[in-house]
Design a protein around this ligand. Structure first.
Ligand code: ADP
Ligand code: MG
Length: 453
C-alpha cells in the first residue's frame, strides 16, 4: 500500500468512531509522510493538532494501522504547515506598554466590504461536545450557503463563541465563493441603519441594497426584542433573501422561543432552519482553547500555568482569554515566564470560588433581566402571570443553588409564607421535567448566573 492508500484506509475507519466535527477539525490536512522500520510519521498542519492527535487519537490510529499492516509498531506526528500560519506575528522588541493596544488593534482590523474580522476562522475554533452541533451546522452552511440550513440560528451565553463561529462561517464562504456578497452586522448596527433609513425616508434604498446580499449575518438578534418597526422591516428583508435562497445567519443569547417581545411571524422564520446551541466548555476543551490562543499570539507558557488558568477561569472563553492576555503582558514587561504562584496573584480578582459565585441579589437581577423585568418587579405582591413565573424561578434557584431554607426564601419575597416557597419550588421542578422550554430557559439562566457577575 502506498502512504496515501494506507492513510485513506485509516481515515475511513476513524471516521466512524469520531464525530463529524472532530473529524473535520483534527484530521483535515493530515497525511502520512513516511514509513520506515515500522514507524509511521503523520504530518499535521499545526502543533496544536499534533498535540491533540498525539494525546487523544494515537492509540486508536495505531490500532487501525496495525489491523492493516502487522509490521507497524508506532505512529508519530509532525508539523508541516502548508500555508504560513495566519496569525503569527513577531513582536519581541515591542515595549510592554504598547502590547495591549496592539492586541486590541488586531481585533479591529475588519474587512471593509464584509465587516468580517479575519481573525475568526474555523482553523482556530476549537470543537468540543459543548459546541459540536453548532460547529457542524456552521461548517455545512459554509459548504453550501443557502442550501444546507436556512436560516442558521446559533444561540448561547456570553463569551462562548457565537461571534467567532458566525464570522468563521462568513470568512470561509468568502474564501470558497469569491463572487458571493457577504455582510456581517450586529443587531445594534442593523437596528440603527433601519431607524436612520426610516427617518430619512430611504428605506426602499436600504431594501434594494440588502437585496444584493448573498449571505446576511446578524449577530445578537435578541436586541430586536421590542423593536417593532425594525422587526417589520427585517421580516421583509428576510423574506426577500430567503425566497431567493440567500443564506441568513443569526445568533442570539437564547433560542427564538424564549426571546421576549418578538413578533410571532419572525419567531417562526427563525425556527424554520437549523437552531444549534453553544454550551460551556469542559476543562479539557478550555485548556485546548488556551493552547491555540498561545499559538496565535506566539507565546509560550508553562503547562501548569495554562492548567491553572483553565481550571480557575471557568465562566466563559472571553474572560479566559482576558486572563491569558494579562499573563502575556506580565511576561513581556518582566521578561520572565511566570510560574503558577505569580499567575495566581496576577489573576486574583478574576478567580471566584464557586460558593461566592452567586447570591440573592444576583439571582434576582439575572432572572429579572432574562424576562425583561426590573428586579423590584419580582418582589411585588402580584399574581400577574408574567411575574409569577419568574418569581417562582428565583425561589427555585435560591433553594437549589444556595440551599436556602423555605421560610427564609418566603421572607425574602415580601414576607410570604414558607408554603409559598415550597409550592414554587415543586411547581418549577415539575415543569422542568415536563416542559422543554422551561428546561432550556432554566439552563440559560443558570449559564448567565455563573458567567456574568
Ligand atoms: P460570544 O459572541 O458568544 O459572546 P465570542 O465569539 O466573542 O463570544 O468569543 C469570545 C472569545 O472567545 C473570542 O476571542 C473567541 O475567539 C474565543 N472563543 C470562543 N469560542 C472559541 C472556540 N471554540 N475556540 C477558540 N476560541 C474561542
Ligand atoms: Mg458576540
Amino acid at each position: 500500500m502506498t502512504n496515501e492508500e494506507l492513510w485513506q484506509s485509516v481515515l475511513a475507519q476513524i471516521q466512524f468512531n469520531v464525530s463529524k466535527a472532530n473529524f473535520a477539525t483534527w484530521f483535515r490536512n493530515t497525511k502520512i509522510t513516511s514509513q520506515t522500520k515500522g514507524e509511521i510519521i503523520v504530518s499535521v498542519s499545526n502543533s496544536f493538532a499534533q498535540e491533540w492527535l498525539c494525546n487523544k487519537y494515537q492509540v486508536q490510529i495505531l490500532k487501525v494501522l496495525r489491523s492493516l499492516d502487522k509490521n507497524i509498531r508506532v505512529v508519530n506526528f509532525t508539523v508541516q504547515s502548508e500555508e504560513p500560519p495566519l496569525m503569527k506575528r513577531e513582536r519581541p522588541t515591542l515595549a510592554p506598554e504598547i502590547i495591549e493596544p496592539q492586541l486590541q488593534f488586531q481585533e479591529l482590523k475588519l474587512n471593509q466590504k464584509t465587516n468580517l474580522n479575519p481573525r475568526y476562522l474555523f482553523e482556530n475554533f476549537i470543537v468540543g461536545s459543548f459546541n459540536e452541533l453548532a460547529h457542524a451546522t456552521a461548517w455545512a452552511v459554509s459548504e453550501k450557503p443557502g442550501q444546507a440550513y436556512n436560516p442558521m440560528f446559533i444561540y448561547g451565553g456570553v463569551g462562548l463563541g457565537k461571534t467567532h463561529l458566525l464570522q468563521a462561517t462568513g470568512n470561509r464562504i468568502v474564501s470558497l465563493f469569491q463572487e458571493k456578497v457577504v455582510k456581517y452586522t450586529t443587531s445594534e448596527r442593523f437596528i440603527s441603519s433601519i431607524v436612520e433609513a426610516i427617518k430619512n425616508q430611504t428605506i426602499e434604498n436600504l431594501k434594494k441594497e440588502s437585496g444584493k446580499i448573498d449571505i446576511l449575518i446578524i449577530d445578537d438578534v435578541q436586541f430586536f426584542a421590542g423593536k417593532e418597526k425594525t422587526q417589520e422591516e427585517f421580516f421583509h428583508i428576510f423574506n426577500a433573501l430567503y425566497q431567493r435562497q440567500k443564506q441568513i445567519i443569526l445568533s442570539s443569547d437564547r433560542p427564538p422561543n424564549t426571546i421576549p417581545a418578538i413578533e410571532e411571524r419572525l419567531r417562526s422564520r427563525f425556527e424554520g432552519g437549523m437552531i444549534a446551541d453553544i454550551g460551556s466548555p469542559d476543562l479539557e476543551t478550555r485548556l485546548a482553547i488556551l493552547k491555540t490562543k498561545c499559538e496565535e499570539k506566539d507565546i509560550q507558557l508553562k503547562d501548569d500555568v495554562l492548567e491553572f488558568i483553565a481550571s480557575n477561569i471557568q465562566r466563559n472563553i472571553r474572560e479566559m482569554e482576558g486572563a491569558l492576555n494579562r499573563v502575556i503582558v506580565f511576561q513581556k514587561i518582566n521578561q520572565v515566564t511566570p510560574d503558577v504562584e505569580a499567575v495566581k496573584k496576577l489573576l486574583r480578582n478574576l478567580i471566584v470560588s464557586p460558593k461566592k459565585a452567586t447570591n440573592f441579589k444576583h439571582i434576582l437581577k439575572t432572572v429579572a433581566n432574562f424576562y425583561d423585568l426590573n428586579k423590584e418587579d419580582l418582589l411585588l405582591a402580584t399574581r400577574r402571570k408574567e411575574i409569577v413565573k419568574p418569581r417562582q424561578i428565583a425561589m427555585y434557584l435560591l433553594r437549589n443553588e444556595l440551599s436556602e431554607s423555605y421560610p427564609s426564601i418566603g421572607r425574602r419575597f415580601n414576607g410570604k409564607d414558607h408554603t409559598t416557597a415550597i409550592y414554587a419550588c415543586k411547581k418549577i421542578k415539575k415543569q422542568l421535567e415536563e416542559d422543554t422550554t422551561m428546561f432550556t430557559e432554566m439552563n440559560l439562566i443558570k449559564q448567565r448566573l455563573y458567567s456574568e457577575f
